[in-house]
Design a protein around this ligand. Structure first.
Ligand SMILES: Nc1ncnc2c1ncn2[C@@H]1O[C@H](COP(=O)(O)OP(=O)(O)O)[C@@H](O)[C@H]1O
Ligand SMILES: [Mg+2]
Length: 286
């Protein structure tokens, strides 16, 4: 189910001395099955933008379409939209509240009025998707580690069976191993057929996982495209507080030094593979 945003502007506290233009004339589109990265410096408008994806905010001015349905229309059933687009807020573990993991995950489907067997099926499936051991089901979510709690929160959104999952900085605050696990988990969810929109401020993370990026700066889409297309703007990205992945920098240095490294080599595996296959071989043969 595609998302299409046209000329969206958002101003916080308009007309007051605190007026802040968080989004300015944003246009973007997200296609079925993509793994999208929304990246930008703190305050660039990422969280404000995604609050429009499931109708938490109504566009004025601008339009937001999900699967062709105008979320700004008074006739639109926003509850149906929220089943289609699951939103995982930043630090979602703070919103856990039930006594057990399974009750927390079941909260959304229970509110939908689904039959108990279907709720049970969804809870089991969601726990599987996020890699939570079934033995945790009856435990209190508050006894789990930070990373595990976050998985419970994500499972709760997945139990609504969304077609699009939007995550606001899902790796924030986790240690390096926890970050890696979380990102791999999101990749697995994507591979299970869910469209992913991931907000991040790590170019390394979005470069590794995403098909297409939207770079926000001061509430505007500054750059968009496949990671390779975005990373060529290295210096301009630096100027808006972002850095390209280390491997993209290395590839550029080698390219500048005359090596014929393809523009779309920016992931560690690709750059390392190129060096081993071409540069390394040359040396050995010399
Ligand atoms: N509730 C709010 N009231 C007023 N200004 C806000 C509010 N939330 C965010 N802003 C401002 O809007 C801009 C974009 O914020 P946000 O969408 O949170 O950016 P990001 O998620 O990229 O850090 C910032 O300048 C921020 O200070
Ligand atoms: Mg934010």
């Amino acid at each position: 189910m595609p998302i299409e945003i046209k000329h969206l502007t958002h101003v916080y506290m308009p007309g007051s001395p605190f007026e802040a233009r968080a989004l300015n004339d944003i246009c973007l589109d997200i296609r079925d099955g993509e793994f999208i990265g929304i990246i930008g410096h703190t305050g660039s408008g990422k969280s404000t933008l995604i609050s429009y994806f499931n109708g938490l905010e109504r566009a004025k001015p601008g339009t937001v379409f999900v699967g062709g349905v105008d979320l700004g229309s008074k006739d639109t059933d926003l509850i149906a939209v929220r089943r289609t687009v699951g939103l995982v807020f930043q630090y979602p573990e703070y919103q856990l509240f039930e006594e057990t993991v399974e009750k927390d995950i079941a909260f959304g489907p229970t509110n939908l009025g689904l039959p108990p067997e279907e709720i049970e099926r969804r809870v089991v499936h969601a726990m599987q998707l996020v890699g939570l051991d079934p033995s945790r089901a009856k435990k209190s979510p508050f006894d789990l580690s930070g990373g595990q709690k976050r998985r419970v929160a994500i499972a709760g959104v997945l139990a609504m069976d969304p077609q699009i999952l939007v995550l606001d900085e899902p790796a924030a605050g986790l240690d390096p191993a926890g970050r890696h696990e979380m990102l791999e988990l999101i990749r697995d969810i994507h591979e299970s057929g869910v469209t992913i929109v991931m907000v991040s401020h790590s170019m390394d993370d979005v470069g590794k996982y995403c098909d297409r990026l939207f770079v926000l700066s001061h509430g505007e889409v500054a750059y968009q495209g496949a990671p390779a297309e975005v990373f060529v703007h290295g210096e301009a990205l630096n100027a808006i507080g972002l850095d390209v992945p280390e491997c993209a920098k290395l590839a550029k240095r080698l390219r500048d030094a005359g090596f014929d490294i393809p523009m779309d080599a920016y992931r560690l595996e690709d750059v390392a593979g190129y060096i081993i296959d071409n540069i390394g071989k040359g040396r050995r043969g010399a």
